[in-house]
Design a protein around this ligand. Structure first.
Ligand code: TYD
Ligand code: MG
Length: 459
């Protein structure tokens, strides 16, 4: 082993520096540089790590088999959709999420599906005893013979398993529990996480084993591991809850081999994570459409449309001055819409408390929700409900103009599918699906001036 030398590593972004600095030279964060030790050896990312001595690794590109890079399905449909087909052999994927969100459960479901399809899978269980893993797996379904478990958290064991067993998939649960004996700090520390990850990544590249690494993040995102790892791995997948409910969202934040636009939606049930194929139905199931302040917006989760109910409530002031509380929307965007609503259309909540939220814990973080926010707020201020089968979709500009949004056609199809028959849309909107009446409004004021009769689809 080469003699370790001192370096400083940013706990946020992983940037290294030879001396301590108050501010990270990479990401400019303050007070994030921490001292770490590192082996002088730089891990090689080349397959086999043997370098190009004598040119023996050089090969004509046209003779390289492109199918070697094809992903294999992990057998959990939502995961395969998010990854664009599955995991690529030899690739390294980080699954990051808060403790308790369901990372172990999701990976166990993937492990049983891959092993159930006849491949071999190794699960390095650093957090739970094999008997606990077996109990959990048993609750999820039959356990295939090709699923192997080991509770040894030494990185040597994991690398040996890759080399000798050559499994299709190796899962590390979690990186924070793993240990490299040549590094002199506790598991979970920056230097441990970095050393372990480096060895595991080298192992995956050398053997062609797909590696899935679980990493915990706290609400503050302060644990060193996952942030540091993001730069080392091929793919970063995040798994988040909806704050209070049982829904879980899987997103690819970085993906060397496929799209980052897809979102997988799951529900945590008594028998593991189940896909939620129809989020619109879920979000709208308990809606009471005749209430003032309720407007449905066709939103996008990745490239998948879903309907979200935007709700506004204007209530008597409880504190000294009126406040605005926002949930499931982007606060600054809501401020902008409220300002345009006040100065271009004369709608003011006055000295009241204003609450805006998206029902069911859904999130609408795109400008396409602006018009629904404006109409919901105006409806709440007026105390006048909007016809139940109307959706509203459009970005609100600072001039009060309504502007087009991406993939409007797809959103309108979803609205029609869910039984909505009228849509208020920007003037440039195309035709929309047959059976859905489009009302094109050039400005926010025009949209607000629509009478209940005009919005009533029965006309
Ligand atoms: P877990 O996968 O252990 O989360 P993580 O690995 O991200 O820390 O799951 C967390 C929670 O999920 C735990 O509180 C128990 C619950 N759970 C269910 O509700 N249903 C199930 O079938 C399983 C396996 C877990
Ligand atoms: Mg776990």
């Amino acid at each position: 082993m080469a003699k370790p030398r001192r370096i400083f590593v940013c706990t946020d972004c992983g940037t290294e520096a030879p001396a301590w600095t108050g501010r990270c030279p990479g990401c400019s964060a303050w007070a994030t540089m921490a001292e770490a030790e590192r082996s002088a050896r730089r891990p090689s990312r080349l397959r086999g790590g043997s370098g190009m001595d004598g040119g023996s690794n050089l090969q004509p590109l046209h003779q390289v088999d492109p199918d070697l890079a094809l992903p294999f399905p992990v057998g959990v449909d939502e995961v395969d959709r998010v990854l664009g087909g599955g995991l690529t052999p030899g690739s390294v994927t980080l699954l990051a999420g808060e403790p308790g969100v369901g990372k172990s459960t999701l990976t166990l479901q993937m492990a049983t599906a891959v092993a159930g399809a006849g491949s071999s899978v190794v699960l390095v269980a650093g957090e739970e005893a094999p008997s606990q893993v077996a109990a959990r797996a048993g609750r999820l379904g039959p356990i295939p013979a090709g699923l192997l478990v080991v509770d040894d958290v030494s990185v040597d064991t994991a690398v040996t398993a890759m080399t000798h067993r050559q499994p299709q998939l190796l899962i590390i649960d979690s990186i924070q529990t793993m240990r490299d004996d040549s590094v002199d700090t506790a598991p979970g520390s920056i230097s441990q996480v970095k050393a372990v990850a480096g060895r595991l990544i080298d192992g995956a590249k050398a053997t062609g084993v797909s590696l899935l690494i679980i990493g915990h993040v706290t609400k503050e995102g302060s644990i060193a591991g996952p942030r540091l790892l993001e730069h080392m791995v091929d793919t970063v997948v995040t798994f988040d809850g909806d704050g209070h409910g049982s829904l879980r969202f899987l997103r690819a934040a970085k993906h060397r081999f496929g799209p980052t636009s897809e979102i997988g939606i799951f529900e945590m049930t008594g028998s593991g994570l189940q896909a939620v194929p129809d989020p619109s139905r879920r979000y709208l199931q308990d809606r009471r459409p005749s209430l003032p302040g309720s407007v449905v917006a066709p939103a996008l989760a990745g490239r998948r449309p879903f309907l979200a109910e935007v709700q506004a409530l204007v209530a008597p002031v409880t504190g000294r001055s009126g406040q605005m509380a926002v949930q499931g929307l982007v606060g600054r965007r809501v401020d902008l819409v409220a300002a345009v609503l006040a100065s271009r259309a004369g709608y003011r909540a006055g000295t009241a408390d204003v609450f805006l939220s998206v029902a069911g814990g859904a999130t609408v973080d795109e400008p396409a929700g602006d018009l629904a926010v404006a109409l919901a707020l105006a409806s709440a201020i007026d105390g006048a409900p909007i016809a139940p089968d109307v959706v509203a979709c459009g970005e609100v500009g600072l001039g009060g103009e309504l502007r087009t949004v991406p993939m409007l056609e797809l959103r309108l199809q979803e609205a029609y599918r869910m039984g909505f028959r009228t849509a208020v849309v920007p003037p440039s909107a195309g035709d929309g699906p047959t059976g859905l009446r489009l009302i094109r409004a050039g400005t926010l004021s025009e949209a607000l001036a629509l009478t209940p009769q005009e919005l009533d689809s029965a006309r």
